[in-house]
Design a protein around this ligand. Structure first.
Ligand SMILES: [Zn+2]
Length: 120
């Protein structure tokens, strides 16, 4: 079996990349979301410890916080965007405080970067 992304002969796993299900090697699996086998209960949605519906206020300097946390982790905007399944341009606009991230994205950013973006 060959990896459907890089063509390398390897042990393959099912991974979702940009909405498409592919059989890829472990190296390429990091590009997408690894899918459990169909017998396992669906766990495609990341479970968060808090409710999405819970109202919150975004901190004023969210863009700066995100950029600093990202740089601290040594991630480029592109790499962070990939991790979050977002476009690089979205991350760029958020970091420039031009775009307020959606509730879901706020939670993903907080988890990925280890920061808090909501006013306490
Ligand atoms: Zn591969």
């Amino acid at each position: 079996m060959r990896c459907e992304v890089c063509g390398r002969e390897a042990k393959l796993m099912r991974v979702e990349i940009e909405g498409a299900e592919l059989l890829v090697c472990s190296k390429c699996a990091s590009l997408g979301k690894i899918l459990r086998d169909s017998q396992a209960p669906k766990t495609s949605n990341i479970k968060y410890d808090y409710k999405l519906e819970e109202p919150f206020v975004l901190v004023e300097n969210y863009g700066e916080l995100i950029r600093k946390a990202r740089e601290k982790l040594g991630l480029t905007r592109e790499q962070l965007a990939k991790k979050l399944f977002e476009k690089e341009s979205v991350i760029q606009r958020i970091e420039a405080n031009e775009l307020e991230p959606s509730n879901e994205l706020v939670l993903k950013l907080e988890k990925t970067l280890g920061i808090t973006l909501r006013e306490q």
